[in-house]
Design a protein around this ligand. Sequence first.
Ligand code: HEM
Length: 510
Amino acid sequence: MLEISWVFIALGAWLIALAFLTKKFNHPKRKLPPGPRPWPIIGNLNLLGSLPHESLHHLSLKYGDLMLLKFGSKPVLIASSPEMAKEILKTHDAIFASRPALAAGKYTSFNYSDITWAPYGAYWRHARKIYLTEVFNPRSLDSLEYIRIEERRILTSRLFPLSGKPIFLKDHLPLFALRMISRSVMSDKYFSDHYDQSNSDASIVTFETLQQMLDEWFFFGGSINLGDWVPWLSWFDLQGYVKRMKELGKNWTEFYKYVIEDHKSKRQTKKDFIPKDMIDVLLHLADNPNLQIKLTADNLMGLMHNFITGGTDTSAATIEWGFQELLRIPNIIEKAHQELDRAIGKERWVEEKDFSQLPYIDAIIKETFRLHPLCALLPPHYSTEDCTVAGYDIPKGTAAYINVWSIGRNSKYWDRPEEFIPERFIENNIDMKGQNFSLLPFGSGRRRCPGYNFGIKVVGTTMADLLHGFNWKLAGNLEDISMEEIYGLTTHPKRPISMIMEPRLPLHLY
Ligand code: HEM
């Protein structure tokens, strides 16, 4: 008996010594950022509520603006101030330019083929270059302006007959955004909606189905899938997410295959075919044998997916948030009307080139982005090397979330941060393109949104036209307005508000 005890004591001492030595030699004096103590298996996942950006914001008030948490067994860095965002997105931009390999990217984005989920490397670089030079260059953006104008007219003329009745913008903006991006990218809608049966030949889904596919994509992009963070649990798919992601991936594949085949057949019927839309440009590139990196079928679908996901939800939800705020403060709408009447007059709609004459509308949009950044947490960045951030040692393989929602509420940078005050941007012309780390609605650095120019044109002119074309008021009471959010890769109002509009321009314009 005595001998067995000695064996245990010796074994115990040996294990303790081994653990000590391993720690000492593997991580000599590693200094990690502060953070809550993790639990076995789940790490700190128990601390995330249904709105992770808010949970993380509250934790940052206790642990500081750079925290290290564990999601399951994996290290996760959270940056909650402009200084810390700058450390990650500028000082260590190249090291944090990758994305963690999450199930959402694998199953709903064609095996990491869209730019958003592609790991940092040759394919991602190539895809972004195609995006910015071949597809979304200023010339092609300008050549598509007529579609944006037509779709804004369709939106305002659909709203017009509803004047005087309570409406929800949520019932109109997503359809507007999806029509506009589909026509810009694919020349056709490929979905049917109850207003317009004219091109039902090319439609393969209904608007409702396509919108539901988009909603699901954004939901999974922002959700915490347990198997991503506790790999041995991935096999069980306890939340059922992976099963649903695979189903969603199949539906998107079916949709894009149809669009690609339709474009290919149109190409074959014409002898000297000239690419007409962005899908034509991508197909043309895929046929090029000298292309540095051959585009696979997954790559093509991934790139098409970026247009559809990037160009729809983002602009529709931003405008919805803007109105949610404006209806609480009618005085701001009045000031916007004064500016529009002065700069545009009452005989025409707003055009993209007018925007430099509309600093107050621009300020409304910036203030909307400050309080309601579409990506409350930027999609996760991922470190590919060990590095030191603000004096702390961050190991390779750490996911990093920038809490843009929290940064927009930082009282060190924003006076009365909880209030919607567009005037703050009149006095202080802050840039939104990622140069100023206190306002990051499009991110910054290598992964900054490549759709910035398109997105800002759509949000700006649509918001301006809706304000120019109508007087707006609440259908219910002020207390009915809720700023509650639904979380996902993008954040939406949980309770859209009912509003009433009346035309304010001559009737022939609607
Ligand atoms: C109001 C409009 C928009 C907003 C607020 C927005 C916001 C963002 C944000 C915050 C990111 C992440 C940046 C990061 O990870 O650091 C992003 C990435 C991206 N956006 Fe946008 N976006 C908008 C419009 C668009 C449009 C119109 C497109 C394309 C049609 C687009 C395509 C993309 C793509 C492909 C990425 C991934 C970039 C990468 O990972 O390298 N976005 N966007």
